[in-house]
Design a protein around this ligand. Sequence first.
Ligand code: UT7
Length: 326
Amino acid sequence: MSRRYSRITGTGSYLPERRVSNEELVAELAQRDIETSDEWIAGRTGIRARHIAAPDELSSDMAVHAARAAMQAAGCAAGDIDLLIVATSTPDMVFPSTATIVQRKLGIAGCPAFDVQAVCCGFIYAISVADAMLAAGSAQRALVIGAEVFSRILDWNDRSTCVLFGDGAGAVVLEAGEVPGILACDLHADGRYTDILCVPGHVNRGQVMGEPLLRMDGQAVFKLAVQVLDKAARAVLDKAGLGDGDIDWLIPHQANLRIMQSTARRLHLPMEKVIITVHEHGNTSAASVPLALDTGIRNGQIKPGQRLLLEGVGGGFTWGAVLLNL
Ligand code: UT7
């Protein structure tokens, strides 16, 4: 019997309507005596704007928008989906999972639905899990979504983090078949680095215990990210028996332009082969890779049949890569 593979057949994304430019954010923060500048934000990160969810807009709402666009692109209906995975660290509720809420909103009861929590590497984890389930024959057509409302877990008085993140969602439809789409996945985590990027609070007997806002040692994350992203890229290329020259597009986690430049340099890839969207939406955690992927496909940069390297890195510490043919 021939091997089963999974392949992306459609992508979609969503950004909340409210766009906040660096200039607007700088002015807003200045009213509270928090000093920052467009020069600092854009110069250190490449971020020029972020989108902020409406007060009543949830991760599941944004996920549904992205999912509908991905299903339309794939030419399938919600009823054709038999596996639903949402990568998020900002779920609607403690439980049930955001995936089950998305399932209800899409009207597709019955198929397995669950969340994956690997922070900014969440989508890479989710698509790897979906690929394994499709290859094993557990499902035929998966909806894999990254959706986040990080604006709700930011300390808006901490200039070292609040300028970096935004809200959004991205989704793909993944279908099982005999034609190889996903060629290799590589996932890692190292729990010794929990403290460098975390939201340490939790709920206990109806009270929020500890700090429920994002804390990050930016320099430590930066240094580690650069090292592990290179290793993950090498690992998927090795698994697939391919080399640097076989990549058409690098689609990295959109957190910092300088990290993306460093990853590209190490892979001997010109920046013309890197999809960059961080300037428009900042760091959207698990949504960032599918947002960048969908943007690159819809604006015509990425073409059918090309080979893509997707990479993620985030809190945990978690990191990983996926190599695929579109
Ligand atoms: O999604 C998970 C992955 N996350 C990431 O990849 C984030 C990784 N880290 C980074 O992207 C960078 O480390 C940051 C963008 C967070 C920070 O850039 P940096 O070049 O590492 O700056 P820094 O933290 O060393 O801070 C440099 C200076 C400090 O001032 P002093 O001590 O040199 O006087 C900060 O206080 O910049 C200051 N600073 C700011 N100044 C203006 C920090 N935040 C701001 C700000 N505006 N918003």
